[in-house]
Design a protein around this ligand. Structure first.
Ligand code: XMP
Length: 519
């Protein structure tokens, strides 16, 4: 996956929870970087990749433990600028002749303030208003510097908060400049990469051209199938591939009857009519809703949808002549997750719906033109490709669709009520200018009817709940703090405009302990 014509930076991952943030900060500086777990990094690999600089990430281990992770020793003789962060600092010290200690009093977690000793290139622009706030999260600490290193910043509990051998361009910090709690952390990265000679050549217009060339080379004159979900990732992937190979691409849009109001027609209209893509509208709602009838267990519902989705996709794809490739909107975080040595979460909370097994089953080769991108880069690429703004900024929508927003048994009646309520809620959010502040918002219809009174009459209708969360990646989330006025107004609108709902609640559970979806 290594890009050839960009300046590159190698991040050696020692397993920190926040290594991805290092990559994000660098990408924001228009620096192309790749994260590789330390086990896969050899001197030969580094020479092949030919990075302009290397960053050593934090990690959970202790360098004082025999057998703990190290960087290849040869790295330090390659003349490359190196920045060590937390465990990365300790690795540098240990491998370059300093000392690291663990034990009582070496650990430090949380906010700290660094005081400068003297000026140096990495901290240009820091300390203008006195001490800088940083985030510490370490068990061990450096107790003796490696030869050639000097101290440039200290905090009350970290005498070696900022260290460097400026001549060799080796920098090592005890804190985490990549996290938001180090507010000016990005400045350190900027100083580091500029000094290392990065020109900031990683842009989406450059990426677009390169990706198009690569797709053409990979695919030749063969045909490609793409499962279009209407989500940002598959839409951008399809638009990019279409630009590269035109009508050699056919998209299949599986309509399982669990989509939001007008969703199918909007997706089809945009891709088929405005962008001239070949799109097959696989209208199979009867099949899905038929098999879901009478099922109320969340995992059973998910499994039925996942299985049918693959069957249906395969059926339509088989009709496309000469297709040898399957396009997927895989993003960089998925790639890192799958190579990460620490692995993903060990417990299956939900069996996520995906088409992972499809390519082998159908004998197709994958085309994944977004594999190197983070989500915000995919959005930038989408804008570059001319996809409408409201489309690119859409909230994520799960593969199983409204099924997981309809706890208990799914009926056509409940789905219809849910669609209407969701449309009113999203309309409210847009009207109040809140859509872009929220990561995901939707209505779930609850499997309970409650008594109400409207006019002079009794009602006995469904209750629904509104959900809105802020999040960075969906792994954790906070509920959105709507004003009471907004909530009251929205509840009134839903009850007045949606027949079948007479009670509205707001879900104020964060994740964890809740999940974002209800099932
Ligand atoms: P949870 O409910 O697990 O959701 O907190 C986290 C994010 O994942 C989305 N989600 C899914 N997306 N297939 C998907 O493509 C699925 O099966 C699925 N389940 C949940 C959810 O909408 C949220 O953005």
């Amino acid at each position: 996956m290594t890009e050839t014509s960009h300046d590159r930076l190698l991040i050696i991952d020692f397993g920190s929870q926040v290594t991805q943030l290092i990559a994000r900060r660098l990408r924001e500086l228009q620096v192309y970087c790749e994260i590789h777990p330390y086990q896969s990094v050899t001197a030969e690999m580094i020479r092949d990749m030919a990075p302009r600089a290397v960053i050593l990430s934090g990690g959970p281990d202790s360098v004082t433990r025999p057998g703990s992770p190290r960087a290849p020793q040869a790295l330090f003789d390659m003349g490359l600028p190196i920045l060590g962060i937390c465990y990365g600092q300790q690795v540098m010290m240990q491998q370059l002749g300093g000392r690291v200690e663990s034990g009582d009093g070496t650990a430090e977690f949380g906010r700290a303030y660094v005081t400068p000793n003297e000026r140096m290139p990495l901290t240009e622009g820091w300390f203008g208003n006195g001490d800088e706030q940083v985030w510490m999260s370490h068990g061990d600490h450096v107790s003796a510097l490696a030869p050639g290193f000097e101290v440039y910043g200290t905090s009350p509990n970290a005498p070696y908060a900022i260290t460097a051998d400026v001549e060799r361009n080796f920098f090592a910090v005890q804190f985490h400049p990549e996290v938001h709690h180090t507010p000016a952390g990005v400045k350190l990265f900027e100083n580091f990469v500029r000094r290392a000679g990065f020109s900031g050549d990683w842009t989406m217009s450059g990426y677009r051209e390169q990706a198009i060339d690569r797709i053409r080379t990979q695919v030749g004159n063969k045909n490609v199938i793409c499962g279009l979900s209407g989500g940002v990732d598959s839409s951008v992937a399809a638009a990019l591939i279409h630009e590269a190979i035109g009508d050699q691409l056919t998209c299949v849009f599986v309509d399982h009857g669990l989509l939001r109001e007008n969703e199918a027609s909007e997706v089809i209209e945009m891709f088929r009519d405005h962008m001239n893509l070949q799109v097959i509208h696989a209208e199979e709602s009867e099949l899905f809703l038929g098999e879901l009838e009478g099922q109320s267990d969340p995992e059973t519902k998910r499994k039925i949808i996942g299985r049918l989705f693959i069957d249906v996709f395969q059926k339509y794809a088989n009709e496309i002549k000469g297709a040898e490739f399957l396009a997927q909107g895989t993003l960089y975080p998925d790639v890192i997750e799958s190579v990460s040595f620490s692995g993903g979460p060990s417990v299956t909370i939900k069996s996520h719906h995906n088409v992972g097994g499809l390519p082998e089953k159908m004998g197709l080769t994958l085309v994944e033109p977004l594999r190197e991108l983070f989500k915000d880069e995919v959005r930038a690429l989408g804008r570059e490709l001319g996809l409408p703004k409201h489309f690119i900024g859409r909230h994520p929508f799960p593969g199983p669709g409204l099924a997981i927003r309809c706890p208990g048994e799914i009926t056509r009646e409940k789905l219809e009520i849910l669609r209407r309520a969701d449309a009113v809620y999203i309309d409210q959010i847009r009207k109040h200018g809140l859509y872009d502040d929220i990561w995901q918002a939707f209505v779930a219809i609850l499997p309970v009817r409650t008594v109400g009174v409207m006019g002079d009459g009794r009602t006995y209708d469904y209750a629904c709940t509104l959900r809105a969360v802020t999040s960075v990646d969906g792994m954790t989330a906070d509920y959105y703090p709507f004003s009471h006025k907004f909530l009251g107004e929205t509840a009134t609108r839903i009850i007045n405009e949606v027949k079948g709902i007479n009670r509205v609640t707001y879900d104020i559970t964060s994740k964890p302990p809740g999940t974002i979806e209800w099932e």
